[in-house]
Design a protein around this ligand. Structure first.
Ligand code: NAP
Length: 284
């Protein structure tokens, strides 16, 4: 049976540590503050945003809840971001994705100041990550690295296969793994003989967005399997990309869904906000 990589448990420990840290910072006159912008009323996005505010409050981070109408123009949103960029009390800015069709998400990402880009999606931050001089690191990949580290799993000399090459998961995770001396393969929808490749992985990461995409026959015995997917199966249940029951018999370690990568992502967002607040007082 695979050892469970328990992101939920670890995120609770991390948020407790962050709570202590914000108290210390408050005594030094530093109050971390995160602005979260939600455009429209997508139900899933509303839940994600609510969870971010709740977590911020629990930790002692101030959060600004900006709700904009579904028909908000790109110019209006850019103007809001410019105000937040220039507001010295705001340390982090997050624009919840996806955005309505009239708004170009790339343009929005590039407008957020790289020093307040808590998601780490700005090309400046992705570039710094690629040259192994990171500033802000995207939260999901950062959470995966944190989880591995806390379980004493080094990626050095490991064959890592990441299925999925999105800007928010696969690509930045590949850079982080490479920076820590893993040998990295990034697979995607044009990859040939995928199962042959995934079976070579010491660490296999699935970030595809498809139910049961990784099956037991795709996994090397004893491999570390990270399931990033968040999907609803036919019964409406929240599941990942990995068929957990059979893979759990083959893998050495496995992240559950829910309770694996998801809670780490939000904890890393909070950690990044606190770091920005500290860095705003110094040059980094
Ligand atoms: N746990 C968390 O905190 C967290 C955070 C972010 C995302 N997620 C979840 O992770 C999943 C992936 O998210 P994302 O934003 O990275 O998704 P995305 O932007 O849709 O990217 C999906 C990736 O999977 C690849 N892919 C699709 N079909 C494939 C196939 N048949 N064979 C191999 N590769 C295939 C795509 O390849 P192409 O590039 O060739 O199209 C793409 O690179 C989703 O379920 C999402 O909800 C979870």
């Amino acid at each position: 049976m695979a050892v469970k990589l328990d992101g939920k448990k670890l995120s609770i420990k991390l948020t407790n540590d962050l709570q202590v840290e914000t108290k210390t910072l408050k005594n030094q006159g530093i109050i971390p503050k995160l602005a979260v912008i939600l455009v429209g009323d997508d139900p899933a996005s509303r839940v994600y945003v609510r969870n971010k505010h709740r977590m911020a409050e629990k930790i002692g981070i101030e959060s600004l809840d900006l709700r904009l109408a579904k028909d908000t123009s790109e110019a209006e949103l850019l103007e809001k971001i410019a105000l937040l960029n220039n507001d010295p009390t705001i340390n982090g800015i997050l624009v919840q994705l996806p955005l309505p069709d009239q708004i170009n998400a790339d343009r929005i990402t590039k407008t957020i100041s790289p020093k307040k880009d808590v998601d780490g999606f700005h090309p400046y931050n992705l570039g710094r990550l690629f040259v192994n001089d990171p500033y802000a690191i995207p939260c999901t990949p950062n959470g995966i690295m944190y989880l591995l580290r806390e379980y004493g799993i080094s990626v050095d000399r490991k064959n890592v296969v990441i299925v999925g090459r999105s800007k928010i998961v696969g690509r930045p995770l590949a850079a982080l793994m490479l920076n820590q001396n893993a040998t990295v393969t990034v697979a995607h929808s044009h990859t040939k003989n995928l199962s042959e490749i995934t079976r070579q992985a010491d660490i296999l990461v699935a970030a595809v967005g498809r139910v049961n995409f990784i099956q037991a026959q795709d996994v090397k015995p004893g491999a570390i399997v990270i399931d990033v997917g968040i999907n609803r199966n036919a019964a409406g249940k929240l599941v990942g990309d990995v068929e957990q029951t059979e893979v759990g018999q083959v893998a050495g370690y496995l992240t559950p869904v829910p309770g694996g990568v998801g809670p780490m992502t939000i904890a890393m967002l909070m950690k990044q906000t606190i770091e920005f607040a500290k860095w705003s007082k110094q040059e980094k």
